[in-house]
Design a protein around this ligand. Structure first.
Ligand code: NAG
Ligand code: NAG
Ligand code: NAG
Length: 267
């Protein structure tokens, strides 16, 4: 009885220490403390290399939000072959809509002729998805309109911008229920960006870069030129605004107009 109690105590201690280090991301444990217990606790981190590398992709989970449903993503991972069943190894299987969690949109998402012509995620420019990037805080009281874009004073020459909004403060990506009041680009904000900036990578912190009221119009404005890449549902919690090097890699899925994407920021 006693050793078990101690073990429980130790593991709860390791959890609370880890949560003070990275307060806002559920499920996070840190390596150092995990190592102090007898149980095997895999490290789950948000930050690597002594604060140099930030993971800005969300963990895929059954309870993460999905577009226009209150049920969340639901079960997407199975273990058809397991060692407990006598298999020589564990091999799991997954089934996931391509626009789940942190993901990228290709031009074929909203333009059927681009879809037919093959502008899928395999054709996205990795040069746009990797390089210097600006993380900015957007004024919290509005959606991203032309006026808001103007007020951000993003210099010419900046090619990659991650927009942190009220969505992060509201922790919308940690709520199972889809919330259509999320902040995103209004059509005129998207138009302003296209016409007045050099931004080619647009990142945002909920499932769509476009505000719900301008869902399709804003996507059309961004994707028509086939130069701008949209990365959605980024995890921008606990990162200082400023300049980083962003690295985003979609899966090579010919025929798919969206893909899960792993993105990191390096200081
Ligand atoms: C192994 O067990 C899992 C869980 O009980 C089950 O879903 C799966 O179908 C089983 N697979 C085989 C090959 O028996
Ligand atoms: C293998 O699958 C079993 C479930 O059958 C699971 O409990 C175990 O943790 C898995 N092992 C590894 C190495 O993932
Ligand atoms: C942004 O637009 C949505 C509708 O798309 C609306 O529900 C929400 O209140 C707006 N947010 C702000 C901060 O104005």
């Amino acid at each position: 009885m006693k050793p078990i109690l101690l073990l429980l105590l130790l593991s709860s201690l390791s959890y609370s220490v880890a949560t003070t280090a990275y307060p806002s991301i559920p499920g996070t444990t840190s390596v150092e403390y995990a190592a102090e217990t007898d149980t095997l606790i895999p490290p789950r981190r948000e930050v690597y290399g002594n604060g140099r590398i930030f993971d800005i992709s969300h963990r895929y989970s059954t309870t993460m939000p999905a577009f226009e449903t209150n049920d969340g993503v639901g079960q997407f991972l199975w273990l058809p072959n397991s060692m407990k069943n006598g298999s020589i190894a564990n091999n799991s299987e997954m089934k996931l809509p391509t626009h789940t969690g942190t993901h990228v949109d290709a031009p074929g998402h909203v333009f059927d002729h681009y879809f037919d012509a093959g502008f899928d995620v395999d054709t996205l420019d990795l040069d746009v998805l990797n390089g210097p990037a600006l993380l900015v805080d957007v004024p919290r009281e509005k959606n991203i309109t032309a006026e808001v874009m103007k007020s951000l004073h993003i210099p010419k020459g900046v090619r990659r911008v991650l927009f942190r909004t009220l969505n992060t403060d509201r922790r919308l990506m940690f709520q199972k229920e889809f919330d259509s009041s999320y902040v995103g680009f209004m059509r005129d904000g998207a138009q302003w960006l296209v016409e007045n900036t050099d931004i080619k990578l647009v990142g945002i912190d909920y499932l769509s870069v476009a505000a719900y009221d301008d869902l399709i119009p804003s996507h059309l404005v961004f994707l028509e030129g086939r130069e701008i890449i949209l990365v959605e549902a980024l995890k921008l919690d606990d990162v200082e605004p400023g300049i980083y090097s962003v690295h985003c890699l979609p899966l090579r899925l010919p025929g798919a107009e969206g893909s899960p994407i792993r993105c990191i920021l390096i200081k």
